[in-house]
Design a protein around this ligand. Structure first.
Ligand code: NAP
Length: 251
């Protein structure tokens, strides 16, 4: 009987892991999305969408679907989902592995300032009107309506609807990966003075960080949230090997 493996998704790593496991006869992977984007990337394995209903909901799902192991391949900022996975798996004795990207670290020429959440970013932008590139999710940019003195460029996977209630905002709807050349053009074309972003790690959205360095721009980075202390790897291959080595209960 194939073992049921739950991959908590929303990242390129989750998609690549699903592709890596899709051909394994003894595994039955399923990817879970929060449902944050309207058209999530196509998956080569079955997909479920939407929250589980907290820790209790996830516990019930793991039991009902006879999940033999969970791989938490969520975005580094999706910390609540990671905490729920750690609690539910621990209480049921279901093996859990986190597939986590390392954060970016500054190199010579970077002008980064770390802040706590969007409130910290708003404070860091200050009182003087500035031209700001918001490289954040569409749910997070709404908070910047509190600072209508700035002019915003918002790049998000889905349109920001309704548009921000500020006098000056431009929108780019795009899904990574992004290139440094493309991001240089974007920052220059919009005469951006400062960037607000998450420290997502990985290459897909690093272009803007290189572009900021080349243009000498400051980057306000939202600090990464704490994630639970569970076994973790950094690559899809390591995650696949962990599954090979782990004693998976019968589905
Ligand atoms: P979160 O704060 O960790 O999760 C909030 C709730 O969303 C969870 O408690 C869970 O609901 C549901 N959820 C999250 N991930 C899920 C998954 N893979 N499958 C099923 N349900 C899931 O995460 P978030 O609200 O989505 O985002 C927090 C931050 O992460 C934001 O900065 C966002 O931009 C960033 N981010 C998230 C994703 C993503 O796919 N979630 C992708 C890229 C970036 P229940 O409690 O009901 O189970």
């Amino acid at each position: 009987m194939p073992r049921h493996i739950l991959i908590l998704g929303g990242t390129g790593e989750a998609r690549r892991l699903a592709a890596r496991l899709a051909g394994e006869k003894n595994l039955h992977p399923i990817v879970s999305f929060a449902g944050r984007t309207e058209n999530p990337a196509q998956m080569p394995v079955p997909v479920r969408v939407g929250g589980f209903g907290g820790i209790e909901g996830l516990r019930a799902y793991l039991a009902a679907e006879r999940i033999a192991a969970v791989i938490d391949a969520t975005h580094p900022y999706a910390a609540q989902m990671s905490r729920h996975a750690a609690a539910a798996c621990a209480s049921l004795g279901v093996p859990l592995l986190a597939l986590r990207r390392q954060p970016w670290t500054p190199v010579a020429g970077d002008r980064w300032r770390e802040v706590d959440g969007v409130a910290g970013a708003l404070a860091a932008l200050g009182e003087t009107p500035r031209r700001v590139f918001l490289a954040l999710g569409r749910n997070e940019v709404r908070a910047f309506e509190a600072a209508p003195r700035h002019a915003y460029l918002v790049r998000s996977v889905d349109p920001v609807e309704p548009p921000l209630a500020v006098p000056h905002a431009d929108y780019v709807v795009a899904r990574g990966p992004f290139t440094v050349e493309g991001d240089l053009d974007l920052l220059r074309d919009h005469r951006i003075e400062i960037i607000v972003a998450k420290n997502s790690g990985g290459p897909a959205t690093y272009g803007k960080m290189e572009a900021a360095r080349a243009l000498g721009l400051e980057v306000i980075l939202l600090r990464r949230p704490d994630v639970p202390d569970v076994p973790a790897v950094e690559t899809v291959e390591e995650a696949a090997h962990w599954l090979d080595r782990t004693n998976l209960s019968d589905s």
